[in-house]
Each structure stands twice: as structure tokens, then as C-alpha cells.
Design a protein around this ligand. Structure first.
Ligand code: NAP
Length: 345
């Protein structure tokens, strides 16, 4: 398993990480707790050290399951979690209402993005408890909001680091301008963003028809900020295993996404089929090839890959041994670019 540093933190972490959003169950049609624990154990056994979770994943459930899974192997894990998605917060930006977190007076709990220092201090204690640990290796703001000055948020994160509760600081869903503000207060080690071979806004330019976007991957590379790609398999779509007949329950977010339409699944299958010679050359599965492609892009240092079962975790971990050469990358990039306009992103 290849490893790379998390920014300036001094922490080395596996290039393939296990993501645990699915283990929360919510938005993923449920999840089996024992499968989740077995998946984490399989990932660790295969050399994955970086594990990413968040309080909002299943409203604490993902962190609780992760806590159980790593209790007797905490030293083998670079544990990343997040703050800033808070139920019924007194400020911040609302992102929707849900009944899934439990009943409230009006029947719906409001989910808000809220990065206020006092709230972060409360959240870190709750995460430590659920995760059954006394330190978090990487603590990230999950989304960004305008109510709280970024400098105050970062000030609190720096204090938590000085107190030893967290070891490194990261952001998710940010921009270079936002990261500049975090970095004006203290070292920012990571940036977590949606990135896959068919979601490439982070590269800037006009790949997806939006001109004028900054090249965020270059920004991170130049400023020694590790970049963690989330959803690199596009929620399983790029594994080559989501056939046209697979049905998703209504409680699985994929049931409502255009990119999971049957027509798009067929187009993706056609694209992946053209990668087969490269997969054969490396003796790897399609999921492994796609993950290896992801961490071969300049600036993209780690791939966070969700796994529901030990089989998936083992498969994904195998990507950490594959090194693609310029010929492989050139061929794959050419195919993606020629097909991109036809795909639902
Ligand atoms: N910061 C943020 O805002 C943010 C947002 C999203 C995600 N994330 C993080 O990034 C992680 C990864 O992203 P993601 O979970 O959204 O998407 P992903 O990694 O692209 O896809 C994960 C899903 O694909 C399927 N899968 C994974 N490996 C497979 C394999 N080898 N063979 C067949 N199917 C496989 C599984 O779903 P099925 O078995 O159900 O098909 C799994 O739950 C998350 O877990 C989370 O930690 C962060």
C-alpha cells in the first residue's frame, strides 16, 4: 500500500482510504452493522490506514460503528472525522429537514452547516465519545458557511490541536479563497472534495463546460495541502458492477439520481469496457483501476472509497499497489474526454 503525507502534519496515510458514509445507513438504504465492522477490519488488514467518517453519517451511527470496529486497533488507523453539520443549530446555513434523525416538536429536524467555535467544541467531545478514543487524527469542517468568520472557526481548530484533541486540520467542500482564510490563521493540512474521472471541476478550466473555475488541485499541490477525493467511484457507478437491472430502494439516494439512470449506466459500462485492456495489463479489477487513476492525478493525494462489505474493502485496497504509467493515463483520459459530453455527471 502506497502512503503519502497529510499536508504538513507529519502524518502519513494510505493513498486508498475507507469511507464510512454508507455505514451510517441513512441515504444508503440501510447498512448491516456486522458487515460494516468486518469491512473496516478487512481494510486495515489490507494496509488501509486512513478512515473517514462524520457525525452526520446516520446521525452518529457511522461514528459509533467505527468506534466499535477500531477499539482494539486504534494505533493502526489515521482517524478522520468532521464537524459543522449540526441538527437544529442556532445559526448557520440550513441544508434541509429530515425525520430520519428522530422526532422533534414539528416532526422534522433541521440540518444546518454551522462552524461556530462553541459548537465545534461541543461536537468534538461527542465524536470522541462515539469513536471511543481520546484523539482524532484529522478533523475537518464538513461544509462552509458565511455566518461564522472562517478565522474564528480556524482559531478554535488550532486550539483543539494545541490541546491534543486533534492532530491535523482539514476542510471539505471549500475553494482556494476559503482555504486562504483558514491558512492565514494556522496550517491547513487537507482539502476533501468530490472528484472522479467524470467529476473534474477541481481541475479548473472547462472540462464540464464551466469556464473560469480555479485549478484547486494545483492550488493544493503548490501549498502542500493534501487532497482527498470523495466519491471517486461515483457511489459505485464506476466499479463496473452496477448493471442496468440493479434496483435501488427509495431510501437509497442513488434511486433519484440521473447519473444512475439505466441509459447512463449503459454509457458508463461502454466507457469502462474500453478500459479493459489497461485493467488486464495490471491484472486488476475496474474499481481498482479507477481508484488508481484518481490518485495518479497531480494534486490528488488520497482517494476516500466507501465500502459496505469486507469484499469491497479488499478490492478497493488492492488499488494501493497499482502504479499507472503515462501511456495508461493518456489512453484513459482520451476515452473519458471523448465520452464526457454524452454522460450524465
Ligand atoms: N466531505 C463530503 O462532503 C463527502 C461527501 C461524500 C462522501 N464523502 C466521503 O467519501 C467517502 C467515499 O465516497 P462515497 O461513499 O460517497 O462514494 P464511493 O466511494 O464512490 O462509492 C461507495 C459505494 O460504492 C459501492 N462500492 C464500493 N466499492 C465497491 C467495489 N469494490 N465493488 C462494488 N461496489 C463497490 C458501495 O455501494 P453499494 O454496495 O451499495 O453498491 C459503496 O458504498 C464517503 O464514505 C465519505 O467518507 C465525503
Amino acid at each position: 500500500m502506497q502512503t503519502r503525507p497529510l499536508g504538513q502534519s507529519g502524518i502519513e496515510a494510505s493513498v486508498v482510504a475507507i469511507g464510512t458514509w454508507v455505514m451510517g445507513g441513512w441515504m444508503w438504504g440501510g447498512a448491516d452493522e456486522q458487515d460494516s465492522i468486518n469491512a473496516v477490519h478487512a481494510a486495515i488488514d489490507e494496509g488501509i490506514s486512513l478512515l473517514d467518517t462524520a457525525p452526520i453519517y446516520g446521525f452518529g451511527h457511522s461514528e459509533i460503528v467505527v468506534g466499535k470496529a477500531i477499539k482494539d486497533r486504534r494505533d493502526k488507523v489515521v482517524l478522520a472525522t468532521k464537524c459543522g453539520m449540526v441538527i437544529n443549530a442556532p445559526g448557520g446555513r440550513s441544508v434541509g429537514r429530515s425525520t430520519a434523525a428522530g422526532p422533534s416538536e414539528n416532526g422534522h429536524l433541521e440540518i444546518k452547516i454551522y462552524n461556530h467555535p462553541e459548537s465545534i467544541r461541543d461536537e468534538v467531545e461527542l465524536s470522541l465519545k462515539r469513536l471511543q478514543t481520546d484523539y482524532i487524527d484529522l478533523y475537518q469542517t464538513h461544509w462552509q458557511e458565511e455566518d461564522t468568520p472562517i478565522e474564528e472557526t480556524m482559531g478554535e481548530l488550532v486550539r483543539l490541536k494545541e490541546e491534543g484533541k486533534i492532530r491535523a486540520i482539514g476542510v471539505c467542500n471549500a475553494t482556494p479563497g476559503i482555504m486562504d482564510r483558514y491558512r492565514s490563521v494556522g496550517p491547513l493540512d487537507t482539502d476533501q472534495e468530490q472528484y472522479s474521472m467524470i467529476h473534474r471541476k477541481m481541475e479548473g478550466g472547462s472540462f464540464q463546460g464551466e469556464d473560469g473555475l480555479p485549478d484547486q488541485m494545483e492550488y493544493c499541490a503548490e501549498n502542500n495541502v493534501a487532497m482527498l477525493a470523495y466519491s471517486p467511484l461515483v457511489l459505485g457507478l464506476l466499479t463496473g458492477k452496477v448493471g442496468p437491472d440493479r434496483e435501488f430502494p427509495e431510501s437509497d439516494l442513488r434511486s433519484k439520481q440521473k447519473r444512475f439512470s439505466r441509459a447512463n449506466r449503459q454509457k458508463i459500462a461502454d466507457l469502462l469496457g474500453q478500459f479493459q485492456p489497461v485493467a488486464d495489463k495490471h491484472g486488476c479489477t475496474m474499481a481498482q483501476l479507477v481508484i488508481a487513476w484518481t490518485v495518479s492525478q497531480r494534486g490528488m493525494t488520497h482517494a476516500l472509497v466507501g465500502a459496505r462489505t469486507p469484499e469491497q474493502a479488499r478490492d478497493n485496497a488492492g488499488a494501493g499497489r497499482i502504479v499507472l504509467d503515462d501511456e495508461d493515463l493518456g489512453l484513459m483520459n482520451g476515452l473519458v474526454r471523448s465520452d464526457a459530453t454524452a454522460l450524465e455527471m
